[in-house]
Write a protein that binds this ligand. Structure first.
Ligand SMILES: Cc1cc2nc3c(=O)[nH]c(=O)nc-3n(C[C@H](O)[C@H](O)[C@H](O)COP(=O)(O)OP(=O)(O)OC[C@H]3O[C@@H](n4cnc5c(N)ncnc54)[C@H](O)[C@@H]3O)c2cc1C
Length: 426
C-alpha cells in the first residue's frame, strides 16, 4: 500500500473536521501534506520559515501561536534592568505571512491527538495534520516550591522567564525598591532554560543598582554547586565591577516561599528575606508536550530522534527547542532552537519527498551574556551527530570562550540578536 493510501485510510475521517479554508484531509507527499507548526518562538518560527524555504515555497505550512508578536527572551534582561523597552525585544510576525506564505493562526493548541492526527485549538476548531512541528518552550514547575503558586498569584514573586508582561513588572518592582533593598534571584538545578541567563540578569540588575541605588544588593541563590555557564568570567566581572553589590550563594535550593514576609526557605540553610523575589522554579517541557504524552525523559523533557527531531513517543510530531531532552553539552538556548528547526525542517521536507535525510547533521551554538550595559562575553560550541551513539556530540577544539568581557563583544551581541531575529522572522 502506498503512503498516501495508508495515510488516507488511517486518518481521512478524522481529518475532515477542519478549519474552513485549509485542505480537506491529510495525505502524504509534499504537495498535499499539511504541516502544523505549534509555537512561534525561536524553534517554531524558524521551522515554519525554513520548511517553506527548503521546499521552494511549496510546503503547506500553518503556524499556530497565541501571541500577537514575537517576544524575545534574549535581551529581555535589559528590560528588567530598565535599560531598554519592551518594543526593543518585540518583532512582528507578519513577514512570515508576507514574505514566506505561511498561514498564521492566532490561537493556542489545547490538545493533540496523535492517533487521529488532529490538533484542537482553544477556540474549539480541529485541524488535521500530516506532520506537526512542536516548539512550545518550557513550563514552570510552580508546585516544586511550596507557596510559590500563591506568591505568584499575589504578585509577590515573579519569574519573567518567558518574555512578556512579567518582564516589565519585574523592572517596576526593581524601580520601586528602596535604596538598601535586596533583589533576590533563585536558580533551579540544571537543566533549565538558558544556563547563563540568571547570572546575566544579576549582572544587569547590579549595573542598575550601582547607578541608582548603590546601598542595595543582588542576592543569587543557586541550587547548583557553582555557576552553570561562563563561571570564571561572571565571577571576575562581579568582583571587579560589583564588589558588595552582588552576593553569590551556591547550593541554595529554594523549597518554600512565604509571600507575607517575603521569605525564602531552603533544604538546609537559614531562611532569607528579600524585597524583590525573582524565584525561578524547576522547569519542564511546555505543557502541551506533557499533556500529549511526549515527555518520556523523566516526565519532564521530550526524547527525540536527533536526525529529524521526531519525538520518540509517537510518529510525525517533531519537537524542538527547550522542550527536548537535549544532547550532552547542548544548551537550552534560542540559538540552539533555531538550529534544531533547520535540521528538522530539512528532514521533514526530505521525508515528504521520499528523499534520504542528512545522516550527519552539524549544529552550533553561540551565546552572549552581558556583564554590564556596555560589556559582554560569549561561549560557542559545535555539535556533530554521532551515528553510533545516536546523539549530537560536541566537537573537541571547536567553539570557544571569551578571555574577558569587552565592549566589542557587546556590539557583537546586539548584532547576534538582530541577526537571529531576522533569521527567525524576516
Ligand atoms: C532572560 C533570558 C535570556 C536569554 N538569553 C538568551 C540568549 O542570549 N541567547 C540564546 O540563544 N537564548 C537565550 N535565552 C533562551 C531562549 O529564550 C530559549 O532557549 C528559546 O526561547 C527557546 O525557544 P523555543 O522555541 O523552545 O521556545 P520559545 O521561544 O519560548 O517559544 C515557545 C512558543 O510556543 C508558544 N506556545 C506554547 N504553548 C503553545 C500551545 N499550546 N499552542 C500554541 N503555541 C504555544 C508560546 O506562546 C511561545 O511563543 C534566554 C532566555 C531567558 C529567559
Amino acid at each position: 500500500m502506498n503512503n498516501s493510501r495508508r495515510h488516507f485510510l488511517a486518518h481521512g475521517a478524522a481529518g475532515l473536521s477542519l478549519l474552513g479554508g485549509f485542505s480537506s484531509f491529510a495525505r502524504a507527499g509534499l504537495d498535499k501534506a499539511q504541516i502544523l507548526v505549534i509555537g512561534g518562538g525561536f524553534g517554531g518560527a524558524t521551522a515554519a520559515k525554513y520548511l517553506r524555504l527548503f521546499s521552494n515555497n511549496t510546503a503547506n505550512v500553518i503556524l499556530i501561536e497565541p501571541n500577537a508578536s514575537f517576544l524575545s527572551c534574549p535581551m529581555s534582561n535589559f528590560v528588567v534592568a530598565g535599560m531598554r523597552s519592551m518594543a526593543d525585544i518585540t518583532s512582528p510576525y507578519d513577514s512570515l505571512t508576507k514574505h514566506h506564505g505561511i498561514k498564521l493562526i492566532r490561537d493556542s493548541v489545547s490538545a493533540i491527538d496523535p492517533d487521529k492526527k488532529t490538533v484542537k485549538l482553544s477556540s474549539g476548531s480541529v485541524i488535521g495534520y500530516d506532520k506537526v512541528v512542536l516548539s512550545p518552550g518550557i513550563s514552570l514547575m510552580t508546585n516544586s516550591i511550596e507557596g510559590l503558586a500563591k506568591a505568584n498569584q499575589a504578585g509577590v514573586t515573579l519569574q519573567a522567564w518567558k518574555a512578556g508582561p512579567e518582564t516589565l513588572m519585574l523592572y517596576k518592582q526593581l524601580a520601586a525598591m528602596h535604596d538598601g533593598g535586596v533583589f533576590a534571584i533563585s536558580i533551579p538545578e540544571a537543566p533549565y532554560r538558558c544556563p547563563p541567563g540568571p547570572y546575566e540578569r544579576a549582572s544587569l540588575v547590579a549595573n542598575y543598582l550601582k547607578q541608582h541605588k548603590p546601598k542595595s544588593k543582588v542576592l543569587i541563590l543557586d541550587a547548583n554547586q557553582d555557576i552553570t555557564s561562563k563561571g570564571a568570567l561572571f565571577k571576575k566581572a562581579w568582583s571587579e565591577q560589583y564588589s558588595g553589590l552582588i552576593e553569590y550563594l551556591p547550593s541554595h535550593n529554594v523549597t518554600g516561599v512565604d509571600p507575607k514576609t517575603k521569605t525564602l526557605r531552603f533544604e538546609v540553610q537559614d531562611d532569607v528575606r528579600a524585597d524583590v523575589l525573582n524565584v525561578l522554579p524547576a522547569m519542564s517541557a511546555g505543557e502541551i508536550a506533557i499533556k500529549t504524552g511526549l515527555a518520556n525523559a523523566n516526565g519532564r523533557w521530550v526524547n527525540v530522534d536527533f536526525l529529524n527531531f521526531e519525538a520518540t513517543a509517537t510518529r510525525d510530531i517533531h519537537v524542538l527547542g527547550d522542550a527536548i531532552q537535549t544532547a550532552p553539552l547542548m544548551p537550552k538556548s534560542g540559538h540552539m532552537a533555531n538550529q534544531h528547526a533547520k535540521v528538522a525542517a530539512a528532514a521533514i521536507i526530505a521525508q515528504l519527498n521520499d528523499w534520504p535525510i542528512n545522516p550527519a547533521p552539524v549544529v552550533n551554538n553561540t551565546c552572549y551574556s552581558f556583564v554590564s550595559e556596555q560589556a559582554a562575553v560569549h561561549i560557542a560550541s559545535v555539535h556533530q551527530y554521532d551515528a553510533q551513539a545516536k546523539t549530537f556530540k560536541s566537537v573537541p577544539g571547536a567553539g570557544g570562550l571569551s578571555s574577558e568581557p569587552s565592549n566589542t563583544e557587546a556590539s557583537y551581541a546586539w548584532g547576534w540578536a538582530h541577526n537571529i531575529w531576522a533569521d527567525t522572522l524576516a
